[in-house]
Design a protein around this ligand. Structure first.
Ligand SMILES: [Zn+2]
Ligand SMILES: [Zn+2]
Ligand SMILES: [Zn+2]
Ligand SMILES: [Zn+2]
Ligand SMILES: [Zn+2]
Ligand SMILES: [Zn+2]
Ligand SMILES: [Zn+2]
Length: 259
């Protein structure tokens, strides 16, 4: 196995640095035949630290080219899978008790190792099984709980998760998943669609339509109360007329009038 040009040990997860100005694609360069461990590359560029707390200059290991690690946002290296596949030795994980081929180790570190320190997009760095625990995901802005299956999904992957796992689309207006196409959803289902009130023809947002109808009911109740008042008064006036007529009839004809 090749030697790492930083730790001088057998290289583990070999990478080729690609970020220096000397590493031109498709041309033989400082790193064409040199490999360093992924871990050494991460330490070299201080990739585990936030950009603004890294050193602001790093020199190529072999020439005068320099780079500012504070300006590194993509991976400044690529893995050498061919070299890993040629390695016949078994490797132990540095963090847990996993052991396997070099390619298996790479896959283990990248996806499964529970104890390796990983960075969440939110800036927290901790053991993978802590970052991947529900306790972290509940509070982390970069995860979203799927409204359909309740699994935590990276926010940026949420739309494709809905489509692939539930055949649903995500409406960016009401933020809810739907089985309809988005255009259909916006017309028939979205809680932010505009609907016309059939009682007053006013346009209202669907999720406030109920409140709107309740307002209509209150108005109606007020009118009923007003009419009841008027009815009460009118009834009293009627009663007074009636009484006067009855008295007068009795006085005039000596009998009772049946109105
Ligand atoms: Zn190394
Ligand atoms: Zn160089
Ligand atoms: Zn491990
Ligand atoms: Zn997080
Ligand atoms: Zn889901
Ligand atoms: Zn919607
Ligand atoms: Zn109305």
């Amino acid at each position: 196995m090749q030697q790492c040009n930083i730790c001088l040990d057998n290289v583990i997860i070999p990478v080729e640095l690609t970020a220096f100005s000397c590493s031109k694609k498709n041309e033989i360069n400082c790193y064409s035949f040199k490999r360093i461990c992924e871990k050494c590359a991460i330490n070299f560029f201080e990739l585990n630290k936030p950009n603004n707390s890294r050193k602001n200059i790093k020199k190529c290991l072999f020439c005068d080219a320099t780079i500012n690690p504070q300006e590194i946002f993509d991976k400044p290296y690529k893995k050498d899978f061919l070299l890993m596949s040629l390695d016949e030795n078994k490797h132990n994980c540095l963090y847990c008790n996993f052991s396997g081929s070099h390619l298996d180790l790479n896959n283990h570190l990248e996806n499964n190792c529970p104890d390796i320190i990983v960075n969440c997009l939110c800036g927290t760095s901790d053991k993978r099984n802590i970052i991947m625990s529900d306790q972290h995901k509940i509070t982390c802005y970069f995860f979203k709980k799927c409204l359909v299956c309740s699994l935590f999904i990276y926010s940026i992957d949420y739309e494709s998760h809905l489509l692939q796992n539930h055949s649903m689309n995500q409406c960016n207006i009401c933020q809810k998943p739907t089985l309809l196409t988005i255009s259909n959803h916006l017309i028939n289902e979205c809680s932010f669609r505009i609907i016309k009130c059939k009682h007053c023809s006013k346009n209202t947002v669907a999720n406030s339509y109920l409140d709107h109808i309740i307002e209509h009911t209150k108005d109606s109740q007020t009118r009923i109360n007003l009419l009841k008042d008027i009815l009460d008064k009118e009834y009293k006036i009627y009663q007074r007329y009636k009484k006067e007529i009855e008295d007068l009839y009795e006085l005039t004809y000596g009998t009772f009038l049946d109105l």
